[in-house]
Design a protein around this ligand. Structure first.
Ligand code: NDP
Length: 261
């Protein structure tokens, strides 16, 4: 994917196949739509068949090239089976976005090991498992590839009541660096995006909580929440030839939040 092209075509994803995990709604859906609008064929994923069917239909109604794959990223056997299905169907994934994630809010003193493991498995271990499956195939094909791991402000800073999420997202930042260290030689670029607080279902309770909403607006120099589509530009950059020598980085898309006191 090394390119010497004019500026617009540096970002062109025509002919690329992208898998975006957890993409039936929220950030994942916006990224799937954005990559498809940039020319990629996209594979939409979640655990729910109905939601996948609906999301694929929405993208197809926009004239975009989309298909679905239902699997749980935290189920290693399910991930392997999904990739074997892609192999059988001749779907060669050039771009992987490890986006699927969950939240669990509870003080650590009350947190059970089951809840800790569930968040770590979904938000961190799954990114390794799905990333490994994708990268093995990228290496075998010899054409390089792109992996984008979705981090968070908690890739950089702690916050009370979200310990396993914070640990997982800190791990995501370092997973991208570990992937870069091992896979750059195969022309695979692995980077992270760290979104700020974004208006999605995951944050519904926080958005509807006036004091939390006020805290977001007063702490962030942009004085507002982010929108899922505001992550698309960075994702296209990291998915395209424009970032052919960018590896192991995390780019925060947070309205400037992490840059201020
Ligand atoms: P949403 O809850 O809106 O969407 C999550 C998506 O992931 C859904 O499609 C969901 O579908 C899917 N999903 C969840 N668990 C699994 C699983 N085990 N296997 C496959 N798919 C799964 O979340 P957001 O869009 O808000 O978040 C997306 C990513 O961005 C997450 O990694 C999150 O941590 C991160 N992020 C979000 C921020 C925000 O402010 N919203 C800020 C920083 C990071 P289903 O449940 O039907 O399987």
């Amino acid at each position: 994917m090394i390119q010497s092209k004019s500026a617009p075509s540096l970002f062109d994803l025509t002919g690329r196949m992208a898998l975006i995990t957890g993409s039936t709604r929220g950030i994942g859906f916006a990224l799937a739509q954005g990559l498809a609008e940039a020319g990629a064929a996209v594979i939409v994923n979640s655990r729910q068949q109905d939601a996948v069917t609906q999301a694929v239909s929405k993208l197809q109604a926009l004239g975009l090239n989309a298909r679905g794959a239902v699997f749980d990223v935290a189920d290693t056997a399910g991930v392997d089976a999904a990739f074997e299905g892609f192999d059988r169907d001749g779907l060669a994934i050039d771009i992987l976005i490890n986006n699927a994630g969950i939240q669990h809010r509870q003080p650590m003193l009350d947190l059970t090991l089951d809840d800790w493991n569930r968040v770590i498995n979904t938000n961190l271990t799954a990114a390794f498992v799905v990333g490994r499956a994708a990268a093995r195939r990228m290496v075998n094909r010899g054409n390089g590839g792109k992996i984008i791991n979705i981090g968070s402000l908690t890739s950089e800073a702690g916050r009370a009541t979200v310990a396993p999420y914070t640990v997982a997202k800190g791990g995501i930042k370092m997973l991208s660096k570990a992937m870069a260290a091992e896979w750059a030689q195969f022309n695979i670029q692995a980077n992270s995006i760290g979104p700020g607080y974004i208006l999605t279902d995951m944050n519904e309770a926080l958005i509807n909580n006036p004091s939390f909403d006020a805290w977001v607006k007063s702490s962030n120099p942009a004085q507002r929440w982010g929108r899922p589509e505001e992550l698309v530009g960075t994702a296209i950059f990291l998915a395209s030839g424009a970032s052919s020598y960018v590896n192991g980085q995390i780019i925060y898309v947070d309205g400037g939040w992490l840059s201020v006191l």
